[in-house]
Each structure stands twice: as structure tokens, then as C-alpha cells.
Design a protein around this ligand. Structure first.
Ligand code: ATP
Ligand code: MG
Length: 345
């Protein structure tokens, strides 16, 4: 029997789910869906709010006809501390554990007892070699945050299989672990946040999250034109960053916020290329619901001076012809959920 794997992405504005079946390592799409996230959502300290999210998840799974109880979850990038530590000497796994604990104090503003610490070796030189180094990718998730996600999915009658950060999941669906794919900057624009990651040789080298996303764009329009939020949202989706629409008025109102994201992306590129000058970034992949903002691909390509593509997390996955049309409309929103479902183990 084919193995089934489900990814659940509880975003700030919507919850997405993807279910895949595997024949060997070939993935086939079984089902997908999304539903609006009841506010304030899963970051609330109030159990009633978590219960509301749980109910929405149940509804979503029923509509998508997903019966599996076990699924993988994404944790919000903005609440997680990640870092590549690249100044360690050659160390065994056991030695690494204490070295990482020590080094982590520098970038985790919480007591180490309040986080779950995970790490993955990116590179390790040969033992005995002079100046052999170890590079690790470290992820520290606040226990308090993990508990809220855990509680929510348990309330929905589910069993969490594993949790990883949004950008790790996205990297899997958009780049995979192909060591030969060009060095890539992923910009993932959700509703509340925009997350960036530099991916090279199938691994993440740098991540950054800023608290500016699609919602900030909508708010800028609402404020500028005295619109209701729903109306602003509509204008954003229809006109976006197109200078030749409505005398460029929507374009002008959105530009200030988009430039915050563009400048941050530029800083990420500069930080990476200063550190690894022999490995320049070759392309940008734009993900998350915000990637669909009309005109954004061209706008960013001009500012960053790089090729920019809209994300297609479905490219590795086989699907029935009937699904094809539906998928292409909403592709960038599903990068996280697809990446979660693609995780093997
Ligand atoms: N066609 C479109 N044009 C512009 N923006 C869009 C379009 N479609 C969706 N968006 C925006 O994308 C955002 C939602 O994206 P996404 O579903 O990736 O966010 P989320 O996962 O719910 O949020 P977060 O990742 O911040 O928790 C919203 O701000 C929405 O306005
Ligand atoms: Mg999201």
C-alpha cells in the first residue's frame, strides 16, 4: 500500500493542508485545501482561541476528505531562533552537543531550558586534518510556542508527527536537496511576516524574518484611501504594483511597504555574499500568498538585479490533470504545506 503523508500549515491568515501518497520516493497529490484562520489564532495565550483554530482544522480536513490523524506541522519562522554556526573546529556529534549549547546562548534570548534545541551538520572536515571545521545549522524553538501548537492539534484530535520551521519546509518543496541547484534566495511573504532563506548545495545557510507581510500592504492601502480592510485587500490583489493602473495610486501606496521587504532582501544577499564571496546568489524564488501580488516579480527583479521566479511547490509532485488548473492559481501559498508533506521518515 502506498504511504500517505500529510502537511498542515497553520498560518496567520489561513490554514493549509496537503496530503500526498508515495510510491517509493515519487509523490502524488491526493488532496489539498485551505480555510481562514480564526483570529487571533494559535499564538494566543487563551485556550478558547486554540479551540477555535482546532475546530477550523477539523472542518478543513473533513472538506479535504483527509482521514489521517498523524501530520507534520510548521512553526512560525518569526518565533524561532535559527543560526548557522561556522566557527567550530572538527567535533564529534557528542562534542558538538555541548559546543552548540554554549554557542547558542549568544543568539537565543531565552534561557536554554526554555527552548528545544535541534541541529544538523552542514559540513564537517576530516578528522585529523589541519584546520578541519564543523558547520552546523541550529534551530531553537521556544517550548511555550511548541506547546500551543501541540495543544491545538490535540484538540483537533490529531497526532503531531513532527514540527519544523516554515522556511525549512519551504526549502524542501522549492529547492529540494539537490546539491547542484543554483544558490537561491527564497523570499516567503505571508500575511504577518516575510521570511528569507539562502539555500545552497541543498542546505540553508542564512535565515531572516521580518514582521512585514501581506497584511501590512493591505493596511497601507486602507489607510491611504480610507478603505475598509476587505476593500483594501481586493484592490491590492487586483491592481498590486502596476504603475499603469489607477494612475499609479495603488502602486505608490504599496511601494513603501514593499521597499521594506526589498531592502531587507538586499541586506540578506549582501550578508551572505560578504561571508561567502565565492558563492554568489543566482536567483530569487518568491513564495507565500504575497508572491501573487501583481507586478511584484518584476519589481523585485529590478531592485535586486537578479532573476525572480514565482514559487511552484508542486513541480516535484505528480497530479491528475483535473487538479492542474486549480493548483497553478494558488501555488505559492502551499509551499510550506507541500514541504511538510514531502518530508520523508
Ligand atoms: N493575489 C494576491 N495578491 C496579493 N496578495 C495576495 C494575493 N493572494 C493572497 N495574498 C496575500 O497573501 C497573504 C496570505 O499569504 P499566506 O497564506 O502565505 O499567509 P499565512 O501563511 O496565512 O500567514 P503567515 O505565514 O504570515 O502566518 C495575505 O496577506 C493575502 O492578502
Ligand atoms: Mg505562512
Amino acid at each position: 500500500m502506498a504511504k500517505i503523508s500529510v502537511g498542515l500549515d497553520i498560518g496567520f491568515s489561513s490554514i493549509k493542508v496537503v496530503s500526498l501518497s508515495f510510491e517509493g520516493d515519487k509523490a502524488h497529490l491526493l488532496s489539498l485545501g485551505s480555510i481562514a484562520t480564526p483570529q487571533p489564532g494559535v499564538l494566543s495565550d487563551n485556550d478558547i482561541d486554540l479551540e477555535a483554530v482546532a475546530q477550523a482544522i477539523k472542518k478543513l480536513l473533513a472538506a479535504a476528505k483527509i482521514n489521517e490523524k498523524e501530520m507534520s506541522l510548521a512553526l512560525p519562522e518569526s518565533k524561532i531562533f535559527t543560526r548557522v554556526i561556522d566557527d567550530l573546529p572538527y567535533l564529534t556529534n557528542q562534542e558538538l552537543d555541548s559546543a552548540i549549547r554554549y554557542a547558542s546562548e549568544e543568539f537565543i534570548p531565552l534561557p536554554i531550558t526554555e527552548v528545544n534545541l535541534n541541529w544538523q551538520v552542514i559540513y564537517r572536515g576530516n578528522k585529523g586534518e589541519k584546520n578541519a571545521k564543523t558547520m552546523v545549522f541550529v534551530v531553537a524553538s521556544p517550548k511555550n510556542l511548541v506547546n500551543k501548537y501541540m495543544k491545538t492539534v490535540l484538540l483537533a484530535g490529531l497526532k503531531p508527527k513532527l514540527m519544523e520551521t516554515e522556511i525549512i519546509a519551504t526549502t524542501r518543496s522549492l529547492v529540494g536537496n539537490n546539491p547542484f541547484s543554483p544558490t537561491t534566495l527564497i523570499i516567503q511573504m505571508g500575511a504577518s511576516n516575510t521570511d528569507c532563506a539562502v539555500v545552497s548545495k541543498g542546505m540553508i545557510w542564512l535565515t531572516r524574518s521580518i514582521a512585514t507581510g501581506g497584511l501590512a500592504l493591505t493596511r497601507a492601502l486602507a489607510q491611504q484611501f480610507n478603505f475598509e480592510i476587505n476593500q483594501a485587500e481586493e484592490y491590492k490583489k487586483v491592481y498590486g504594483l502596476q504603475e499603469d493602473q489607477l494612475e499609479g495610486k495603488v502602486y505608490e501606496a504599496l511601494r513603501g511597504v514593499v521597499d521594506i521587504i526589498a531592502q531587507e532582501s538586499k541586506r540578506v544577499i549582501q550578508a551572505f555574499e560578504t561571508k561567502y564571496p565565492q558563492n554568489p546568489i543566482k536567483r530569487v524564488v518568491l513564495s507565500g500568498g504575497g508572491a501573487k501580488l501583481p507586478g511584484l516579480v518584476v519589481y523585485l527583479a529590478n531592485i535586486l538585479g537578479l532573476e525572480v521566479q514565482e514559487a511552484d511547490p508542486w513541480y516535484l509532485i505528480s497530479k491528475d490533470a483535473a487538479m492542474q488548473q486549480k493548483l497553478s492559481q494558488d501555488a505559492p501559498s502551499f509551499s510550506v504545506a507541500v514541504g511538510l508533506a514531502l518530508r520523508e521518515e
